[in-house]
Design a protein around this ligand. Sequence first.
Ligand code: ZN
Ligand code: ZN
Ligand code: FE
Length: 758
Amino acid sequence: MATKCIKVYGIVQGVGFRPTVARHAASLNIKGSVCNYGPYVEIIAEGEEGSVSDFIDLIRVKPPKRAVILKMDVRDIADGAYDSFEIIPSGKTRGEIFVSPDIAICDECLSELFNKDDRRYLHPFINCTCCGPRLTILESLPYDRERTSMKEFEMCPECASEYHSPSTRRYDAQPVCCNNCGPEVFILDDKQNRRSREAITYTRKVIAEGGIAAVKGIGGFHLACDATNDAAVMRLRELKSRPVKPFAVMMRDRAEVLRNCYIEPYQEEILTGHQKPIILLTRREDSVLSSGIAPGNPKVGVMLPYAPVQSLLFDYDDGINMPRSLVMTSGNLSGLPICRNDEDARREIASYCDVILTHNRKIRTRADDSVMDFYNGRPYMIRRSRGYAPLPFMVSDKFEGQVTAYGGELKNTFCIASGNLMYPSAYIGDLTDLKGKEALKETIGRMETLLETVPKVAVCDMHPSYNSSMLARERGIPVIEVQHHYAHILSCMAENDYGKEVIGIALDGTGYGTDGSIWGGEILRCDLNGFERLAHIRPFLHTGGDIASKEGYRIAISMLIDIYKDAAEEVTDSLGLIRQGSYKMFKAMHDGRINTAVSTSCGRLFDSVSAILGIRYQSTFEGEAATALQYAAMKYTGDKDIKVPDLTDGDVIATDRIVKAMAEGRMAGEDINKLAYMFHLYLASGVAEMACLKSGDIRVIALSGGCYQNTLLVSLTEKILTDKGYRVLLHSMVPPNDGGIALGQAYYGMNKINKEAR
Ligand code: ZN
Ligand code: ZN
Ligand code: FE
């Protein structure tokens, strides 16, 4: 006989966890109890040794559909001679709080939605105990209707009876409502005052006829149009001044996804799961999507409908023939936080669309769609937001107290830490504009209320003029600054719950270095107390200031001047790099250090090589040139047994040798895809060899930074390191880009305040 106490942490509340556990117990003749403690469920299990371990496996493998198990603690306890298995009423919570992310419409609700005989037939706000909005409608905790956006809608008697009856699918479902008592959709600022059915039909008509509609969903507005209609897609591109940046596509159903994309079983599981992120899939050659969706990109971002109103855009009883794939792009001004209310929509996106379909259920916290790529059969998060935030990460360090980490400047998210739980926020966006800064401030306030935290310190990036850092300083509590790339590595350590010494390889866009220069290609020795810069890529001149991040050819010219000296003019000429002005002008700027900073940015190295290879001379959105270089490399199918030259030069990775090899290869007429592949291989080898050389007795290496969104670069680096016997820490659910650094900042801040308290 064995008796064990099992604590299960994660999203275990409001998802039918206890009944499921009780069923598993009955099936294995386990006695004991299950009790909800808010942040965790405690299970006492007594039975035959084998049965108890089967029981634990069963909980792990078959939890309730919407549950997310973060951690299970199992320990032996004295036997209690239990004679049954009981569900014990909820115990007291202990200050650790799990706010559920929003959950996509479930299959049961979906079938009710389209069942003519159901009370909620075509109801745009249908939900139940295991699906519907959570974070986005929550004002404060505990999660009860009067503290959500649903407080304005009084339940009708039928809804109330479902809500109060444990035997229904809507027992205790806070957002429960129906066609008689729920919120309503309507056309914004409509002279004809179209509401409900009329509003949906009109919106569908606009889209079917090739127009553009803004649609308010769960976490904000989307702009939607027919994804198979070239003219509609091009018009949306023109209106948004977004020439090539990929648009996400919402597809009616799984069949439509299979018709347009290649999909692996592990991707399908995420596609149809309850979080419904945008997942990046390889497009089929015979896809019916407009080529304007993601020009030059082999992949397309795809998701299934997750809000009932989105399902109604595809299917309704009005006889309109709708496309099965719709562009669903965030309704916002480029880079700014997504619009979440009618005023935002009027001000920012009304001129981008022909109709705005809105509704009167308030969105409290914005939640953009999450974006997920895959690496080695595992999720590889690009943007972690709706469906995932604010699910916490748990570290094993014994931390007390609370901090709020303000994150970076682009792709901002923040992170609240309380004890050993770290809650990264939903996506805020770029803070270069006042609206972004305000959104960050407001959302931090809301999340601190929800999580009942009062931070002792604010943690931020050390960049002197990041808006996020300024907000942290305005807070009036002590501020801890963390170097940008150290924070990237810390985020990877936190995600992997690894608090010991590591070698960090941070390949990134730009970040403020401790010496005031621009860093971004760094080998760091890190632990929770601090870091040491061991090596970096060859510093180059970052000419042209901010514009250089858009115009990679400028940096290419500057690099070639350093490499080829007097012969540089001929090289830049034959590579066609002078896109405007003259060689003389660039040379004068370079020599005079005009509008120039010293940089080790790996992102700019990518841009520059992309220009040298003639793939992209400039970018219309962040990462365009770099991703185009990656796609070229992925097309290379030739011999990959390529010899890599030595690229270590003291504590400098000789990236200038890579640049030179690229320029010479192109001038010699080598295959561009092969050169693009060689670039990736050389860079991965250069950083990996250097990391090993500098590793001393550290055997663990963490990879982070925006350039590691590039999964080819990840796989090449990882292979070299694991072949040499190193353990490699990678990201999965936390983005390697700046959307992840708040977690690293929070990890550092918590360690620091706890160390000082001891
Ligand atoms: Zn449901
Ligand atoms: Zn009702
Ligand atoms: Fe970064």
